[in-house]
Structure formats: structure tokens, C-alpha cells
Design a binder for this molecule. Structure first.
Ligand code: FAD
Length: 204
């Protein structure tokens, strides 16, 4: 199977990107699209985080619970999104107008790839080294990195989101970045007519 979108990383930006894409799969323009996420979470910055300042999150929410609940939310609401567990990406290469994503266990092909790792070193995904640069918005002493991009796009079909896209490390920014990439991809599928996915509460 060839994915239409494969997201690499199951942290804040990656899961948010997957949720928005998953929520669009019933739309005419997205019918039959294959979306997957490499749900690696071990090195997420959520592991040790505690949240009091995020709109919509109950104060005191633990990042490790968001990791768990995010997987559940995706599975329950949008089971068409393939969650690939217990694999870590080691290489991403362009091959015949697609991307080959190599993990420690398997290989996958996708038309679009979204890199949703965080801004910590080391960054050791082969095939992407040429895009690694100093993070433009983090304290230089911390030695953070980003992937060179313009509005999240590295090159056609290859996106980066979250802190690795050059954003500061705040939950809402990372989530917004993942959602932004998802709607960029949806807009492409919608023949470049700008689109988004909203659910409405119907009043009696
Ligand atoms: C201790 C702490 C406290 C914080 N407190 C707050 C707070 O109070 N308020 C706030 O707004 N923000 C807070 N943050 C920041 C917030 O957690 C981050 O901004 C957010 O997690 C960044 O999201 P991200 O998607 O960029 O990265 P992450 O959430 O770190 O996700 C990156 C994902 O990539 C995966 N990954 C890594 N390597 C690979 C690989 N080779 N293959 C596949 N997947 C891979 C990781 O396992 C991880 O799941 C805190 C962070 C920390 C560390």
C-alpha cells in the first residue's frame, strides 16, 4: 500500500496533524486517501510535561496522559488512520516521485511525508541531513535545531511541523503547526480551494 500522507512522530504536532487529516476522510476530496502515523512517543517532550496554561486542557493535565489519550482519540474517532506502533524512522528518501520511509523494522512509501519530531539533538534520520539548521527562535545556548522550510514545506510532498519547524516550544504552537500542515495538504487535495474541517453543534 502507498500512503497519501505518512506522519513521522506521535507527539503534539504529529497527533494533531493526524486528527485533522482523519476528520477530513469523509469529505469528497479526501475519499479513499490513506493516512498513517508512525506513533513513536518515547522521546516526546510530553513525557515529563505538566500543563496549566493551555486553553481547553484541564489545569494539571500530564503530558504522558495526553500521549495515551491522543492515541485513543485517533483510534476511536478516525480508525481509518493507520497507527504504526513500535517503530522508529531511520531514513527518508525520495524515490520515483514518492518518499520511502525506512524504520528499524519496515519500509513504507508515501506521496507526502510530515516530519513531526521535536527540536532536540541528535537528529539522525538519514536523507534529511541537508535540511538541518540552527533553530531560529530558541535560546542559542540550548543548541536546538530545525529543518529548513517555508511555511512548513521543505520541498514538494515533504513537510515539517512542531518545534522542528522552527516554532517555540509551547503546546498550543506545536498543535497549531500540525493542524496547519494538515489543512495545507487538504487544500491541495481540494484542488487548491482553501479548506478546513469543522464540526457543528446543532441547537434544538
Ligand atoms: C518538562 C516540559 C514541560 C513543558 N511544559 C509546558 C507547558 O507548561 N506549557 C506549554 O505550552 N508547553 C510546555 N512544554 C512544551 C511542549 O510539551 C512542547 O512544545 C511540545 O511537546 C512540542 O511538540 P512537538 O510535536 O514539536 O514535539 P514532541 O511532542 O516532542 O513530539 C515529537 C515526537 O517525535 C517522536 N520521534 C522522535 N524521533 C523519532 C523517530 N526517529 N521516528 C519516529 N518518531 C520519532 C518522539 O517520540 C515524539 O513523540 C513542556 C515541555 C517539557 C519538556
Amino acid at each position: 500500500m502507498i500512503f497519501d500522507v505518512l506522519i513521522v512522530g506521535g507527539g503534539v504536532s504529529g497527533m494533531q496533524c493526524a486528527l485533522v487529516l482523519g476528520s477530513a476522510l469523509t469529505k469528497e476530496y479526501a475519499k479513499g486517501k490513506k493516512v498513517g502515523i508512525i506513533m513513536h512517543q518515547r522521546s516526546s517532550h510530553l513525557q515529563d510535561a505538566l500543563f496549566n496554561n493551555v486553553l481547553g486542557l484541564v489545569p494539571g493535565t500530564l503530558g504522558k496522559d495526553i500521549l495515551e489519550e491522543g492515541r485513543g482519540q485517533l483510534e476511536e474517532l478516525y480508525p481509518e488512520v493507520s497507527q504504526i506502533e513500535n517503530e522508529k524512522v531511520i531514513a527518508v528518501f525520495e524515490e520515483e516521485n514518492k518518499y520511502k520511509v525506512v524504520t528499524n523494522k519496515k519500509e513504507y512509501y508515501s506521496n507526502n511525508v510530515v516530519i513531526a519530531l521535536n527540536y532536540s539533538k541528535p537528529f539522525d534520520i538519514a536523507g534529511l541531513e541537508q535540511y538541518v539548521e540552527r533553530h531560529i527562535r530558541a535560546n542559542a545556548i540550548k543548541d536546538r535545531i530545525q529543518l529548513r522550510n517555508f511555511n512548513h514545506l521543505i520541498k514538494e510532498g515533504l513537510y515539517v511541523c512542531g518545534t522542528l519547524a522552527g516554532w517555540r516550544s509551547q503546546f498550543a504552537i506545536a498543535a497549531g503547526s500540525g493542524a496547519s500542515v494538515a489543512t495545507d495538504i487538504l487544500t491541495l487535495w481540494n484542488d487548491n480551494v482553501p479548506t478546513k474541517v469543522h464540526d457543528k453543534h446543532k441547537k434544538d
